[in-house]
Design a protein around this ligand. Structure first.
Ligand SMILES: Cc1cc2nc3c(=O)[nH]c(=O)nc-3n(C[C@H](O)[C@H](O)[C@H](O)COP(=O)(O)OP(=O)(O)OC[C@H]3O[C@@H](n4cnc5c(N)ncnc54)[C@H](O)[C@@H]3O)c2cc1C
Length: 427
């Protein structure tokens, strides 16, 4: 098999990953004097901040996914391939992939991060992650399937285990999920399952640290804690989950919790591509310098969640958020253009635009550089920022209508359990 990239006299920049960083870089370099080869294991870009709405039946997967090819209709110098990056040969300057080897002049690794189970295989096997559109769909299936199973369960404790949901990790993802599932319990599920008693359903948010939203301000943490408590979410801090075989969550020094749905949002690890020395890697992220070049690796760069610039105020790298990936992509595009014209490359400085988390249909917390606020106006601000960042006018419009519909009707229409058919044709 061969990737069949056309020959070109232009220097070839190979970008692995069409997430926030890789996609932005490819778009910035489209129709410039480079040949861009962009690869991703999927043929669509995923808007990860709204995964939780797919998982809780609020949005269709197509609303937060964008076909990559569509973005490059007018870009003559960009060649996209659906491929899995396997190993970099830094001497031969080639990347091996599942569709063959691809040569590069410059390589940019923008592979993002995946769920980190910290080596606990048991939890990995039985819990639900939410790091891709397909995982979000699987989670939606699970929550709904468990309600169906609860209907057929006579023993109260077992029924409750089907209905209970536990989320491990109270960062923005865990907090947003807890709020959305709590709203399903209040507004949606009792209408769909009138035979079930929803006082039997518990939603647990388990956090190993001593407060939720630990990376945000104290005030954001307190406000979100109080919002979630009012919504009936049981928040347990200093909860260190040690084991889970599919029914009972074991925690050190705490009573176990019974649930058939454990959502793991407690950590991420970079999608490291093989072929590098251990010195190139810092806690599963590529060590890069302030020009985003992998340390001691000429012509190899890394951006976004997979990359880490060690600095005094961020010893393990910048936060793994979309803004860092996009700002690094911007800088790298400018630097490639400037150095090709004989000019000097610029250094990366992160401009922190703040962080936010939403809790249910009308509350959010926002930490902006000069202002921290929470409640309804923070939620309106959250809606605006997310709508602006979604790719494509159709997706923006579609999401806006879905949100408006839900806000007015207290109803979502996507409660489908979509499963794969057992026998699929072979390739
Ligand atoms: C549930 C959730 C909610 C989030 N909410 C927010 C938020 O509200 N605000 C915020 O700023 N950030 C948020 N983030 C973090 C944000 O999504 C990431 O920081 C951002 O996506 C990083 O961009 P990236 O380009 O580095 O990687 P990604 O966007 O993850 O893109 C990586 C790409 O590489 C591809 N890839 C990976 N490995 C391979 C391989 N071996 N071969 C081929 N392709 C590969 C993947 O398919 C993917 O398309 C959230 C993340 C999650 C999971």
């Amino acid at each position: 098999m061969s990737a069949q990239i056309p020959n070109s006299d232009l220097p070839r920049i190979l970008i692995i990953g069409a997430g926030f960083g890789g996609l932005k870089l490819a778009r910035k370099l489209s129709n410039k004097a480079f040949q861009i080869v962009l690869i991703d294991r999927n043929n669509y870009h995923q808007f990860q901040p709204l995964f939780y709405q797919v998982a809780t039946a609020g949005l269709a997967p197509s609303a937060i996914s964008f076909p990559i090819r569509k973005l490059f209709h007018k870009a003559k110098n960009v060649h996209f391939r659906v491929a899995e990056a396997l190993k970099v040969d830094t001497k031969a300057k080639t990347l091996s992939t599942d569709i063959g080897d691809i040569r590069y002049d410059k390589l940019v690794i923008a592979t993002g991060a995946d769920t980190n189970y910290y080596g606990n295989e048991e939890i990995k096997q039985h819990s639900f992650p939410m790091k891709s559109t397909s995982e979000s769909l699987q989670l939606r299936n699970r929550i709904l399937e468990c309600m169906e199973l609860a209907l057929t369960e006579k023993i109260e404790a077992d029924r409750s285990a089907f209905m209970n949901v536990a989320i491990v990790g109270a960062g923005p993802t865990g907090v947003e999920l807890a709020g959305a599932i709590s709203e399903m319990r209040t507004y949606i599920l009792p209408k769909d399952y009138p035979e079930l008693d929803f006082s039997e359903m518990n939603i647990y948010l388990l956090e190993a640290g001593d407060r939720i939203l630990g990376t945000m301000s104290e005030s954001a943490s307190k406000a979100s804690h109080s919002f979630l408590k009012k919504m009936g979410v049981q928040i347990i801090t200093n909860a260190r989950v040690t084991g889970y075989k599919g029914t009972s969550i074991e925690m050190s020094d705490l009573e176990s919790i019974n649930t058939k749905t454990l959502i793991w949002s407690a950590g991420v690890a970079g999608n490291v591509v093989a072929g590098f020395d251990p010195e190139n890697i810092l806690r599963s992220r590529m060590r890069i310098d302030s020009h985003c070049q992998v340390i001691d690796q000429a012509d190899i760069y890394a951006i976004g969640d997979i990359a880490a610039i060690e600095g005094a105020d961020h010893p393990h790298g910048h936060p793994q958020v979309a803004q860092v990936a996009m700002q690094q992509a911007d800088l790298l595009a400018k630097n490639f253009i400037m150095t090709s014209q004989g000019k000097r490359a610029k250094k990366f400085t992160y401009q922190d635009l703040g962080s936010m988390a939403t809790i249910g249909r009308s509350k959010a917390v926002a930490d902006l550089p000069f202002l921290k606020f929470s409640g309804f106006f923070a939620w309106i601000f959250w809606l605006f920022v997310h709508l602006m960042n979604i790719l494509g006018v159709k997706n923006k419009l579609f999401i806006f209508i879905e949100w408006l519909w839900y806000y007015l009707s207290f109803d979502q229409s996507l409660r489908l359990v979509i499963k794969q058919k057992k026998s699929q044709p072979e390739d």
